[in-house]
Design a protein. Sequence first.
Length: 402
Amino acid sequence: MGTLISAEDTWMLWTVLALSAALSIYLEQKYKWASKITGCILATLFTLILANLNIIPTDAPVYDAVWGYVVPLAVPLLLFNANVKKIWKESGRILVIYLLSSVGTLLGGFAAFFALRNAIPKLNDIIPMFVGTYTGGSVNFIAMSQQYEVPGKTVSAALVADNLLMAIYVFVLISLPAMAIIKKLYKQPYEDALRANTADQDQNKTMAAKYWGAKEISLKDIAFAVAIAFTIVTLSTKLAGVISSAFSGGDVVSKFIGGFFGNKYLLITTFTMLIASFFPKQMSSVKGAQEIGTFLIYLFFAVIGAPASIPMIIRESPLLLVLALIVVATNMIVSLILGKIFKFSIEEIIIASNANVGGPTTAAAMAVSKGWTELIIPGLLTGTLGYVLGNYLGIFVGMLLH
């Protein structure tokens, strides 16, 4: 069946994606209900609805451009402050519970594999995607899908399952502090502080609007941010191609080196993190990188919804949704248990689990929407580490399952 906007109407489709991202950001900053859902989920929902109303196509070159060019550029822009020393100094507690939470993702990946290996074809190629995405967000999902050459239809169905579950999980995380059993078992210092200072809150603004307020950004900042991102992506892509070609043999060692170090996303994240760690003042002085990178990620979330036709979800996604549920549920259970054992607050556990399952943007968005201002930067910094760790764990799991 034809769509109102054809797959070849490039400018119109870019307009739809840009408007979806812009509207999501506006709603997130304007209304508290949207801030709680997060703009990323809203952007996905907008294009999902448009695709299922046959207004936009489920497949188009524009979507491929976002996957192939926009997302790789977003990764280094979001990692400009990924200084390893700073992550440990400012986010030590969150980093510890984040790493403990990532154990839950690993265990969940193996549990899902053994539970569903006879029900889902080529599950050993699919599990790394979910381990990667639930240790740092959807950017790792893309990297792992390309690494293991997962068919496009399977990736689309898995992304739909991932996003549907992520939307549900956000609501679960938001509701945790209000649960009686959680109040009884875990301390809530940030919620207590909020309740004590409600009189100081500007009721006319969401926390998202406050966090993403206007900043002083120069033309030089934009130029440097974009130029650095392009340089890192280009060098990483070229080097990944060289390594992959050099180690294309059939033996185990060559496969490991070529597959592991020949992953462009792994190189992009590693190079950016090293630059940010060795030149922290220079990188942090470039303003606007986080804003530009976040907007590009919103475009990516808009693209995620487009291939998600409802018939395909009904036909192909139920088992993938079960897979995602197993991994995420295991992550949450392990996070809550280990968080209790090591005496973390429920807010720290929630942000750490969110940084694993949703990545830095959703972790920061939740901290912003809940008013836990002290956890915004730790959530971002720790979540950005997940861009690196998620790729490592995804590849590690893939090697064990193949």
